[in-house]
Design a protein around this ligand. Structure first.
Ligand code: FES
Ligand code: FES
Length: 157
């Protein structure tokens, strides 16, 4: 049995039929071809599958596609194409805040959620906010450096 859903993904209206058990991240990757959201642990631990759902980061592996009927979903492709996070992407590149890149889309979306609040967060706040996103390569220091530098730059306007 399939269920018809309608949602907005990266600003575009999407209508599809999905099986009730299909996760949001599988729907994005396999049905829509948006493979920037990654699948790691598949049980809500690593954060590789992070996407924005109505403005809040969620685990794409713990969210069912049918739950997103009527919702606004934004993926790493959307925020990259719009230029919303170009400063964050450049800071990650400049500070070597990625190596294999597997965690990076989730890191960027989670960092953007924090920075979009408008105030310049402390390093502790940045670490706390990113605590649900695992990176097996960088040791986190460079990631926090990158996010902090963007927070300071954005605060200066
Ligand atoms: S794949 Fe979703 S949290 Fe790891
Ligand atoms: S850069 Fe490899 S997991 Fe983070």
């Amino acid at each position: 049995m399939s269920v018809d859903i309608q949602l907005t993904v990266n600003g575009e209206a999407v209508s599809e039929s999905v099986e009730p058990r299909t996760t949001l991240v599988d729907f994005l990757r396999e049905t829509l071809g948006l493979t920037g959201s990654h699948v790691g642990c598949e049980h809500g631990v690593c954060g590789a599958c992070t996407v924005m759902l109505d403005g809040t980061v969620v685990r794409g592996c713990l969210t069912l596609a049918v739950q997103c009927d009527g919702a606004q979903v934004e993926t790493i492709e959307g925020v990259s194409d719009s230029g919303t996070i170009s400063d964050l992407q450049e800071a990650f590149r400049r500070r070597n805040a990625l190596q294999c890149g597997f965690c990076t889309p989730g890191m960027l979306l989670t960092a953007q959620e924090l920075l979009a609040r408008g105030d310049a967060p402390t390093r502790d706040t940045i670490r706390e906010h990113l605590a649900g996103n695992y990176c097996r390569c960088t040791g986190y220091q460079a990631i926090v450096d990158a996010v902090e530098s963007v927070a300071q730059a954005r605060a200066k306007g």
